[in-house]
Write a protein that binds this ligand. Structure first.
Ligand SMILES: [Zn+2]
Ligand SMILES: [Zn+2]
Length: 340
């Protein structure tokens, strides 16, 4: 029997179409594994080509005497510019702001071929440190109201360069999707006197059914009302509204959980294109009691069609519980990064 499920955070309904249900393994890409070289001479992100990108704003290790392992640069084709001021204007009903913002690229590693699930945990932690450094630095800018950190992996997920990288966009406004989540979180807090994310995470950990992987500080789970197959969230177990508040110890655990989850998807679904994004409260949310940040991982296994565009309501053909069971069983011990 098909079923409608409501997303606890957004109140959006999705159709879980069990009649058309697919077994999770049917969604594997069945792509022939591609041989990707670890160095490409024409790639602007490969070592030796640093002069072909704008000057870096951050690099690890900080000492220039050593080769870089993670590099952050302004995006050469930035969507927003830090050179202009966010001046607002309103003419009749047309509201606009001059295109202020920051758009940066985090080059995950010098190796052209190693996407995140294939990197050692310690290196993934380095990437997360770079995210946090830039998040904290840009949060101080009073013109910045929201920061989105995200990864596009593969052409169908919007990646235009193959060299593994992530991006950060800081905007002078709070996107309406984020604002909607904040409203719902605030409403729940006022009604129930608790963070709705903390409540949900506690119940999910108890139920086990949708849990994929659990670390000391983070838990990865399939989403109860997932709009798309294998939509997975990673939550900090400690209440935290802003990604900027993550501790060093927590970064090490998130690196393990995130890498293992991505490796399970990489192996189990045969390297699908995917996006992940850090959904944090706005920059001034540090200490807020009603909101809780998390990582959202969305493999791009299906296409958005007319019904979704017309209604904003999604049809998901994979049961989240079946997706969780499938991912739990994928062994990642042999992924290149494991234990390294
Ligand atoms: Zn490269
Ligand atoms: Zn919470």
């Amino acid at each position: 029997m098909p079923e409608l499920r409501q997303n606890f955070f957004t109140k959006e309904w999705v159709i879980i179409a069990t009649e058309r249900a697919k077994r999770p393994e049917e969604l594997a890409t069945h792509r022939a594994p591609q041989e990707v070289p670890s160095f490409v001479e024409s790639c602007p992100f490969c070592p030796g080509n640093e002069s072909r990108t704008p000057p870096e704003v951050l690099r690890y290790p900080v000492s220039l005497a050593e080769p870089w392992s993670v590099r952050v640069i302004p995006n050469k084709f930035a969507a927003l510019s830090s050179e202009v001021q966010p001046t607002r204007s309103l003419q009749h009903l047309r509201r606009r702001i001059d295109g202020f913002g920051f758009h940066e690229v985090i080059i995950d590693s010098p190796d052209h071929s190693r996407c995140l699930p294939l990197l050692p945990d310690a290196h993934v932690a380095g990437i997360l440190h770079a995210y946090r450094d830039r998040y904290r630095t840009l949060s101080v800018d009073r013109r910045v109201n929201h920061i989105t950190i995200f990864k596009n992996h593969g052409a169908d997920a919007g990646a235009s360069l193959q060299h593994p990288h992530s991006q950060l966009i800081a905007t002078p406004v709070i996107p309406s999707q984020v604002r909607h989540r904040l409203h719902e979180a605030r409403r729940h807090y006022d009604d129930a006197g608790e963070c709705m994310f903390c409540h949900m995470v506690e119940r999910e950990v108890e139920d086990q059914m949708r849990i994929v992987i659990k670390g000391e500080h983070f838990v990865g789970m399939e989403v109860f009302a997932a709009a798309t197959p294998f939509a997975t969230h990673i939550f900090p177990l400690r209440h935290m509204a802003s990604f900027g508040d993550i501790s060093d110890l927590e970064i090490a655990d998130l690196a393990r959980v995130l890498r293992a989850l991505l490796a399970k998807i990489y192996i189990g679904l045969e390297n699908p294109d995917l996006n992940f994004t850090i959904r944090s409260g706005p920059t001034e949310y540090s200490g807020a009691r009603h909101f809780h940040w998390y990582v959202s991982v969305i493999p791009r296994l299906t296409r958005v069609a007319g019904f979704e565009l017309g209604s904003g309501m999604f049809i998901n053909t994979v049961l989240p519980e079946a997706a969780a069971e499938f991912l739990r069983k994928v062994s990642v011990e042999h992924a290149a990064g494991a234990g390294a």
